[in-house]
Design a protein around this ligand. Structure first.
Ligand code: GDP
Length: 690
């Protein structure tokens, strides 16, 4: 398969818009599934999905490859909500285009709006599919307007529906100007193309004119031709719409009913015709040196990004990779440039809907699973050692909440640790650690729900039932003002003494900058071999901050002077000097405690909106906006995580089960002084501060 025939796409949708049904139909029509399951019947959707659930894996649904009209399409699983930040981020990072799915009745629902915005941030070209045209209340043109106004998208219909609700028969293709009717009795595999019925002709002409006009707007030459002849050829339209979609100037719009098997083949045509292939993408650039680039070609040196790791009972650890350039063969050795380690490629697996195919070789544009990459983690680059490159990794935020965890049955401890390790291999925002002081295993993640789901998976997939402690917020400490000072570590207790003397400056940095250490010592006042020891001492002090024992962030430490003693100076003495100097100076910077702030979106019926905003304000939250959409209210707010534990219950009670909310980590902010005092006092009582 040449690269221009490859489409790597995601389907983005609000929960319930029909993502599962549409994906399944896509796989059915593209010939890879031979039996169609039915969500409606309450039956399992797909045989293979059932198997997957039994085996507790999600290999196939993570990236499923199929073919349509000589093109290779890989469907990448894209979550419909943003609670699981990591899933959204990683799928958007590796897909090239997306189908935005909307319900013909529900239109642009709040969560689809969020995912849409995220996809815009990643510059993902999209086409839209308005599904469920057979439902009562279906309104194609209403949803079209909704997409244009709410999402600000230049949405251009490629088809218009013939009828709606139970009269929904098919579509008019505005490119071929033919009516397409689907045969319900034969699972829609057969369809007829006919002349447009006379009573629909005026409408079809109007929307064809719109398509031509929108196409002409995209290009001066076409505009000129359009102004002269009032029309464009199909080839011209196809060409310009493809270009404009990839440039994100246009969103081509399709419609149908996945459930009634209508309109899916045209959607597949749309994917192939308008969404980008790897050859349409700009070259991949080295994360730290923009002179090193790879064009998307199989002839270039190999480069790939590991974007997901799944644990399979039969195959062990399977690493999903997206290949950006070159090719890779099973049995060869590649270079993990993130870890500076060589890795042997075991089996290479292409995942189809109902089977896994072992292949000998994969190349640029392919998304495949690889067995045997024991040292490779999510976000790592794999490449060719003689021609290395480091691709931009997938950014994962540090966990913001922790709980202690222990197995219900004591004998399960090893099994639990093992299972937790598996889960954290799969999910980089899930971290397992051991607190040597309390002798507890601690799991940390992106929110209460995130950890709840993982504890549930522990039970379901690894058969370990666990007790969990109370959630704890991951606070941080930071400096507010610049401070300079010195510290001398001197000890003379018989034998060889200790001497280390450092002068240091502590400077606050912008949020998100972590830690920086600079050496500005001149004239050898501190011999250079001792500088790493000073840094080591500072890092030790950073990890357990002087204020309340939380990690210190966003600080620059500059060592600019000091002195040493020929006999008594040692690495240890300078480490102690670094550690103590930092501790003392940090407390003079007017340090602050930082807490994670969550962005919150509550959806509720109108009558509860007062109670909802009351509940947010009571939790030190700030309401940012309130929107109204077809009888429901969307309240967006920022609130500190520490106040949000158990909020799911609160919302359920307040709205009698009719409200819902999503929450995701936004940033760190200073804890108000009075509250910080209380936290620090408690930490000192618990002996958490040295
Ligand atoms: P997901 O949550 O987005 O994956 O949505 P599903 O594919 O599970 O669909 C949600 C519900 O909508 C199921 O009951 C489907 O049978 C139903 N559904 C999906 N597509 C259509 C459609 O085109 N028309 C109708 N009437 N129902 C549909």
């Amino acid at each position: 398969m040449t690269q221009d025939k490859i489409r790597n796409i995601g389907i983005m949708a609000h929960i319930d818009a029909g993502k599962t049904t549409v994906s399944e139909r896509i796989l059915f029509y593209s010939g890879k599934i031979h039996k169609m399951g039915e969500v409606h019947d309450g039956e399992a959707v797909l045989d293979w999905m059932d198997q997957e659930q039994e085996r507790g894996i999600t290999i196939t649904s993570a990236a499923t490859t199929t073919e349509w009209k000589d093109h290779q399409i890989t469907l990448i699983d894209t979550p419909g909500h943003v609670d699981f930040t990591v899933e959204v981020e990683r799928s958007l990072r590796i897909l090239d285009g997306a189908v935005a799915l909307f319900c013909a009745v529900g239109g642009v629902q709040p969560q689809s709006e969020q995912v849409w915005r995220q996809s815009e941030k990643y510059n993902v070209p999209k086409i839209a599919f308005i599904n469920k045209m057979d439902r009562i209340g279906a309104d194609f043109f209403g949803v079209l307007e909704n997409i244009q106004t709410t999402l600000g998208a230049n949405a251009v219909p490629m088809v218009v529906p013939i009828g709606k609700e139970n009269q929904f028969e098919g579509i008019i293709d505005l490119l071929t100007m033919k009516a397409v009717y689907y045969d319900e009795t034969n699972q829609g595999t057969t369809f007829r193309e006919e002349e447009i019925p006379t009573n629909k002709l005026a409408k079809a002409k109007k929307w064809r004119a719109n398509l031509v006009e929108k196409s002409a707007e995209q290009d001066d030459k076409l505009l000129e031709k359009f102004l002269q002849t009032d029309d464009l050829s199909d080839k011209e339209i196809l060409g310009i719409i493809r270009k404009a979609t990839i440039a994100r100037h246009i969103i081509p719009v399709y419609c149908g009913s996945a459930f009634k098997n209508k309109g899916i083949q045209r959607l597949l045509d749309g994917i192939v015709n308008f969404l980008p292939s790897p050859t349409d993408l700009p070259p991949t650039i080295h994360a730290k040196n923009d002179k090193i680039q790879r064009i998307h070609s199989a002839d270039e040196p190999f480069s790939a990004l590991a974007f997901k790791i799944v644990a399979d009972k039969h195959m062990g650890k399977l690493t999903l990779i997206r290949i950006y350039s070159g090719q890779v063969k099973s049995g060869t050795v590649v270079y993990n440039s993130t870890k500076d380690q060589e890795q042997r490629i075991g089996r290479i697996i292409r995942m189809h809907a109902n089977r896994q195919e072992s292949i000998d070789m994969a190349q640029c544009g392919d998304i495949v699973g690889v067995v045997g990459l024991s040292k490779t983690r999510t976000g790592d680059t794999l490449c060719c050692k003689d021609n290395p490159i480091l691709l931009e990794s997938i950014e994962f935020p540090a966990p913001v909440v922790s709980i202690s965890i222990s197995p219900k049955s004591r004998t399960d401890n090893d099994k639990m640790i093992d299972a937790l390790q598996h889960l954290s291999d799969e999910d980089p925002t899930f971290i397992v650690s051991y607190d040597s002081e309390t002798k507890e295993t601690i799991i940390s993640g992106m929110g209460e729900l995130h950890l709840e789901v993982l504890v549930e998976r522990l039970k379901r997939e690894f058969l370990v039932t666990a007790n969990v402690g109370r959630p704890e917020v991951a606070y941080r400490e930071t400096a507010v003002s610049l401070v300079e000072g010195e510290y001398k570590h001197v000890k003379q207790t018989g034998g060889r003494g200790q001497y280390g003397h450092v002068c240091m400056r502590l400077e606050p940095m912008e949020p998100g900058n972590g830690f920086e250490f600079l050496n500005e010592v001149k004239g050898g006042h501190i011999p250079s071999e001792y500088i790493p020891s000073v840094e080591k001492g500072v890092i030790a002090a950073l990890q357990k901050g002087p204020l309340a024992g939380y990690p210190v962030v966003d600080i620059r430490v500059i060592v600019f002077d000091g002195s040493y003693h020929d006999v008594d100076s040692s690495e240890f003495a300078f480490m102690e000097a670094g550690r103590m100097c930092f501790k003392q100076l940090f407390m003079q910077t007017h340090p602050e405690l930082l807490e994670p702030i969550m962005s919150l979106e509550v959806i509720s019926p109108e009558e509860y909106v007062g109670d909802v905003s009351g509940s947010i304000c009571k939790r030190r939250g700030r309401i940012e906006s309130m929107d109204e959409r077809e009888g429901i209210r969307i309240t967006r707010a920022m609130a500190p995580l520490s106040e949000m534990f158990g909020y799911a219950n609160t919302i359920r009670t307040l709205t009698q089960g009719r409200g819902s909310f999503t929450m995701s980590f936004e940033h760190y902010e200073a804890v108000p002084f009075a509250i910080a005092e209380g936290i620090i006092k408690k930490r000192i009582e618990q002996n958490k501060v040295r």
